[in-house]
Design a protein around this ligand. Structure first.
Ligand SMILES: [Zn+2]
Length: 317
């Protein structure tokens, strides 16, 4: 049985044998959604109360040190499929997707993406009915002390369709192996990579991570979210560089508060709102305002694009 078939079997078994998961996935079929249309793209809002644990999580270093790691101390009912030498594939018991996986390293090691792009590409190819997700330690990861990817079934994130509109734009960089583009006027600044060559992809994305590190030297790891999937054309990987972890509205009180703590899923266009009041009151202006705080600042964005355009590309050097 290939790995994807094993995963589908795991999801089916966990939703039968693990009562908590069964109830969570049953509840997901009743979540309500609504859509906010923008010029040429959209955001889908999902009202998902079970995500409060993740959205409101205290991820400051002291709090993380003091809590037991939930990726090391797992419920006895939670089973896994092993992947590569270093990963376990688990069913996420707090789903956003009808098929939602958490993919932790088997060791308790920090959430740092450097050196793991090759693993991400392998997972995306082997789990090609899924979209792979990565949240940086200061960009939405609820376990910044334990490395993990996530994956959700394809067909849920608006960006999966919307990136197509950018395919024919002038790339920032292109060679025989692949293209690097930027998505402009998309609320969140996005660097897109397309290639059917995994070595090229790995080297180009690692190069971008290196550039970002020089822009954010105070961060433990690049403040980014990544979405990656594989299809007949190869890999499609989006990097969303960030300036803020949470918008100011998160820290407000009363009516002004919006409990929105975004990660890769939200940058992919699916906004997860655990509180019903936020789900109903959110406007296009709120979304624009929050993403303007979260996405990379203009001056850094221009410097980043200039660095990508420079000719010092590792694959050719
Ligand atoms: Zn751990």
């Amino acid at each position: 049985m290939n790995i994807q078939s094993q995963i589908i079997a795991l999801i089916r078994a966990q939703c039968t044998d693990w009562r908590f998961a069964a109830e969570s996935y049953a509840a997901l079929t009743h979540v309500i959604t609504r859509t906010l249309e923008f010029d040429g793209y959209r955001f889908i809002l999902q009202c998902n109360p079970s995500r409060i644990r993740s959205s409101a999580a205290n991820v400051d270093k002291q709090a993380i040190k003091e809590r037991p790691c939930f990726l090391c101390h797992r419920p006895v009912e939670q089973k896994q499929v092993s992947y590569l030498p270093n990963y376990h594939i688990l069913v996420n018991p707090f789903p956003i997707f009808p098929q939602h996986l958490t993919i932790p390293d088997i060791r308790h090691v920090d959430q740092q993406i450097g050196g793991r792009i090759g693993d991400l590409l392998s997972l995306a190819k082997d789990l090609n009915s899924f979209v792979l997700l990565y949240n940086g330690p200061a960009a939405g990861a609820s376990a910044p002390d334990h490395f993990h990817f996530q994956a959700g079934n394809k067909g849920m994130l608006p960006v999966e369709m919307e990136y197509e509109a950018y395919r024919h734009q002038t790339p920032l960089y292109e060679d025989a192996s692949g293209r690097i583009l930027s998505m402009e006027n998309y609320l969140r600044k996005t660097i897109l990579f397309h290639s059917a060559n995994s070595r090229w992809m790995m080297q180009q994305v690692e190069r971008l991570l290196g550039i970002l590190q020089t822009f954010q030297p105070e961060e433990d790891d690049a403040k980014i979210n990544i979405i990656c999937f594989y299809d007949a054309k190869g890999w499609h990987l989006s990097v969303f560089p960030r300036q803020a972890h949470r918008p100011s509205q998160f820290y407000e009180t009363g009516d002004k508060q919006i409990l929105f703590s975004p990660g890769a899923v939200d940058f992919g266009g699916l906004l997860v709102l655990p509180r019903e009041e936020d789900f109903y009151k959110l406007t296009n202006d709120d979304v624009s305002d929050m993403f303007s705080q979260l996405t990379l600042a203009d001056d850094t964005w221009f410097r980043l694009k200039a660095s990508i355009q420079s000719t010092n590309h590792p694959y050719n050097s």
